[in-house]
Design a protein around this ligand. Structure first.
Ligand SMILES: [Zn+2]
Ligand SMILES: [Zn+2]
Length: 134
């Protein structure tokens, strides 16, 4: 939680609830998921509060916005470099912390300043694979 205090966003009790839900969360929740979870604790919580908090966090590097799920934006509180696998059946997202050394495509070797990359893997997760084999 300490790192969120350094982001200099105004911490209301509602925002703190959002932050504590995100803290260490590995499920890559969507704004809707966060809203549903935090609303239990704060019945007056509005979706706009969740969304605005996520935007404020995103702009300060406190959360990453993932576009790997084509249905909805997902959020990742882990800002250390990693890649993702998404299950196309259950939409679960798994972190991959292996570092891949990519050779730069020829088109980017001249004149481009590449500062990073992320790899997205798609497929069927272990759980869904098991389910379909039964
Ligand atoms: Zn799955
Ligand atoms: Zn992640």
């Amino acid at each position: 939680m300490q790192r969120y205090r350094q982001l200099q966003i105004k911490l209301t009790p509602q925002r703190l609830a959002i932050l504590s839900y995100l803290n260490g969360n590995k499920t890559h929740p969507s704004a809707e998921d966060i809203y549903k979870a935090v609303k239990k604790q704060f019945p007056t919580m509005s979706f706009a509060t969740v969304y605005n908090t996520l935007e404020a966090l995103k702009n300060r590097g406190g959360v990453m916005e993932l576009k790997i799920d084509d249905k909805r934006k997902r959020y990742d509180p882990d800002s250390t470099k990693h890649h993702h696998f998404i299950c196309t059946k259950c939409r679960s997202i798994v972190d991959i912390f292996k570092d891949y050394k990519l050779s730069l495509p020829d088109e980017l070797k001249k004149g481009f300043d590449v500062t990073g990359n992320s790899i997205e893997f798609y497929g069927t997760c272990r759980k869904c694979k098991k389910g379909s084999e039964q």
